[in-house]
Design a protein around this ligand. Sequence first.
Ligand code: ADP
Ligand code: MG
Length: 673
Amino acid sequence: MDWLCEIQYLKGVGPKRAELYGKLEIETVYDLLHTAPRTYLNLTRPLPIADCPLNEPCAVVAVVAKKSPAQRIRGGMTLYKIRVTDGSSDMTVTYFNSQYAADKLKEGEQYLFFGKMTGNLLRREMGSPLAEPLEAAGGLYPIYGLTAGLTNRIVQSHVKNALEQALPSLEDPLPERMRTEYQLCHLTYALQNLHFPAGEQELEIARARLAFEELLLFQLGMAKLSEDREEPSGIRPENRDLGAFYAALPFALTGAQRRVIEEIAGDLGSGKRMNRLVQGDVGSGKTMVAAAAAVMLCQNGWQAALMAPTEILAEQHFRSLAPLFEQLGMRAGLLTGSMKKREKDEIKRALAAGEVAFVVGTHALIVEDVAFAKIGLVITDEQHRFGVKQRSRLGSGGEEPPHTLVMSATPIPRTLALMLYGDLDVSVIDELPGGRKAIETYLIDAGKRERAYGFIRRYLDEGRQAYLVCPLVEEGENGLVSVEEYYKEAVRGPFAGYRVGLLHGKLPAKEKDRVMRAFAGGELDVLIATTVIEVGVDVPNAVVMLIENAERFGLSQLHQLRGRIGRGEYQSFCILVSDHRAPETRERLKFLCKSTDGFQIAEFDLQQRGPGDFFGSRQSGALRFKVADVFSNMEMLRQAREACQGLLREDPELEGYPLLRRLMERFFNGFVG
Ligand code: ADP
Ligand code: MG
């Protein structure tokens, strides 16, 4: 079996479940095998109920003694209570609203329960534990990150099938020489032990090997991306004077913006191909830096393209930049997928004829096979949404490969950025535009929500706008309100009479666009949304953001979200709502109230929670490693870098390593968000 084949063809999967796997970003059999279980239960050491420490996650083996009838409780929720016993003590297992979880447990049967033990010494409770039928106990039992419809058992059986079918013919992409040098086990051993570890040590060996492979693929991809960096470039704009551009701006650029523009100007004048990553916190003004770079090329007769990850962002950039280019006597254009064919044809014609100097677009720029008259620079905004391959395709129309510039708001601590992007040049915009008032952030209990609503209404009445953000809720998740329900209550209650929009990922793309546009155009007062608003949206009139269940988000993610406000002249406010009492959670959220520095926040997050959660669950595809943990594995990252360089010295095109090459390309195309 080709293990890069689609997951739906694996025994027992089929198209329906393949769709569910899609939600977990598992597309192929390879992905499934390389998806590390979220955690493992140590079945060699389940504890007696009475011995479990309170308020800590524990594994317990117990028999279901009695299931109480479902109870309706406040807020329209249903509580399921189940007595279980381990022979000498009892505990109560509770589930809120999850009939499915409760029904699964049969009286008289034995299960492994995994969850946080609460209650007191006399009455023990476990809320919403994971419950698994006890099969062959012993060893480490894998628990996968699940989605509705894929139980742990189902995933496990699929993994088993995949191992059975794939392992016999499995070729190891890493050459034996490399495995020996870095003391890495064979792929067969690694996959076997990742999913069904013989013990903790075996698991460590397996993980190390897979992590190394991932980091190597990443490094190879980065090297490919930047391999032509040292190449001479004939695209050398002589006139890099930006006086007219600066004069056309409605504000003065910050020192950091100017410095980064200088760095870019240096690249463009160097006679070598530019390949630069610009990192800058949300709101640091990356767009203007991109525009400055484009101007330098366009005023010398080349064309420049700016690719944005969504249509909304592309239009936003176009709206703010087109007038600037016009003032400078140049024409800017827009190309997105949803434009009419006639409009697309016209802009394509104008680009091919060289009449349009600067084009903003989505990846329609790639799919539409745009031919440029003289492309000199390709800029990608929020790079992780695009694959390397796609990006390089955009340039291939011209005779000379264009310079590339990548803008990213992902706050990667600097040392790590250098390690990861070592072969790219990195610029950092480490200053926010002056005169901007720092966002004030507050943490409140749900009990104060009504007052917060009142506060928000005051600003709406003054003509400002607000975001209300809800976490993404899977159906039937305990005690949490979905964004749709939240919306319904908001328009009936606290925001009756206001213009309220709803935005979430499951809406059709057209509808999403419509809502976002209405909000950006001031036709809506309030936008109720999930994290889909996270990237890049710029509505300076929006000054309040209230985030429900703030504890459910990663700090860096909260920071990104918060970056949607505080983008204009007005004082902005971020209100975090959370009833979580855990000291660690409070500390985390309070840190966000104190700091508005993305890098500082990233470092804190890293220290407190570990790298696993660093980027939030969905935030960044740029560093979406499945096994590798780049933050605690700096040494391994260094080794992978060394191995990568060795490999490329010996065989720059990886002709002798077709499998490695294929995986690398796949790994990078997997970037697409
Ligand atoms: P990001 O780095 O998050 O992409 P943007 O480029 O979208 O930030 O800029 C955020 C907002 O700040 C925009 O409304 C932009 O016009 C404005 N802005 C950018 N640079 C400056 C500056 N130097 N002074 C004042 N406002 C600026
Ligand atoms: Mg931006």
